[in-house]
Design a protein around this ligand. Structure first.
Ligand code: TUI
Length: 308
């Protein structure tokens, strides 16, 4: 099976999570320049804004990068065509089934890597002809599935014949080694990058991640079809109440993105939605993306063995 670094043309087998409203050209280019695959997180932005981010990323790096398309976004359809026009090398998708779009992306020479929360969806997207899958466990931040990384990764690895990239709960070399032991060929990380020097979020967001302990995340919207993991605060409790009352999905999504904005830009500790994964408790210092990847891979036995 093809190695992830060979498939993506990166130094390290790591993809940055496509964090909506957060992962702009600054984070994406920093990740790509540090040897991973940087992604522009398109959720929350319209097509022209994402196009601008693509162009700015190209000004900052000559390394491969990608766009994550959040399929629940009202702009998703437009963005699926824009990535072809802009010759974006890699597309990842989240929060839905990308099936109908895979053919046109493959014909355009794009590497396609959907994020999947189950064996069933992994098998379905592989039939469409994708290059790899990101298998994301419920430990992850933001919009999540039901199954844990530990249970899901080996089941998907056995079920499909494309490389599996593990996500959810990975922040250091132990997570990388565990993911490889479960059959993954690479990892995707989000939470640990929130605390990177280059991540363009409000300082309060970074400090909230640094201060979080193991039990400080909760999942809002489990009753609806859009469960979202966030750090506990006043807003999270308000969501729990709203989703318990069965508030309309679209309204909840608007609220989520609106308050994510308040967290990312204003650092509003009460009204913001601080999406982050269960591994937040392990993240205790601000480092550069390069330092983070060095720790993750230069100390990983599995990486050393597979990339001598
Ligand atoms: O997409 C994510 N994480 C996200 S997206 C986001 S923005 C948002 N805003 C408001 C409400 C919801 C999200 C924040 N974080 N991760 C990838 C991911 N994809 N996790 C789970 C899934 C998923 C779920 C169901 C993928 C496919 C899927 O398919 C259902 C189907 O149609 O078969």
């Amino acid at each position: 099976m093809r190695d992830i670094t060979e498939l993506l043309n990166t130094k390290y087998p790591v993809i940055q999570g496509g964090m909506a409203n957060i992962a702009d050209h600054r984070l994406a280019s920093a990740v790509s320049n540090a040897g991973g695959l940087g992604l522009i997180g398109s959720g929350g932005w319209d097509m022209e804004r994402v196009r601008e981010e693509v162009r700015k990323t190209r000004e900052r790096t000559d390394k491969p990068f990608g766009v994550n398309i959040m399929l629940m976004s009202p702009h998703a359809e437009d963005i699926t065509d824009m990535v072809i026009e802009e010759k974006v090398p890699v597309v990842t998708t989240g929060a839905g089934n990308p099936g109908p779009h895979v053919k046109k992306w493959k014909e355009a020479g794009i590497i396609v890597i959907p994020v999947v929360p189950s064996v069933a969806l992994a098998k379905r997207v592989v039939r469409y002809g994708v290059d790899a899958v990101v298998v994301e466990g419920t430990e992850a931040g933001g919009h999540i599935g039901e199954l844990s990384t530990f249970a899901l990764v080996p089941q998907v690895a056995d079920a499909v014949d494309v490389p599996v990239i593990a996500a959810g709960g990975i922040a250091d070399h132990r997570g990388v080694d565990a993911a490889f032991a479960l059959g993954a060929k690479g990892v995707q990380v989000g939470t640990v990058l929130l605390a990177s020097k280059e991540c363009p979020i409000h300082e309060n967001y970074k400090q909230k991640v640094l201060k979080a302990k193991d039990t400080d995340t909760i999942v809002t919207g489990r009753e609806t079809k859009a469960p979202v993991r966030v750090l506990k605060n006043k807003m999270a409790k308000k969501y729990l109440e709203l989703s318990r009352r069965g508030v309309d999905l679209m309204e909840l999504e608007r609220l989520t993105l609106g308050s994510l904005w308040k967290a990312v830009c204003d650092g509003d500790l009460d009204e913001g939605s601080f999406m982050a994964g269960q591994i937040s408790g392990l993240v205790t210092s601000i480092r550069s993306v390069e330092e983070i990847f060095q720790d993750m891979f230069e100390n990983s036995r599995a990486y050393k063995e597979t990339h001598p």
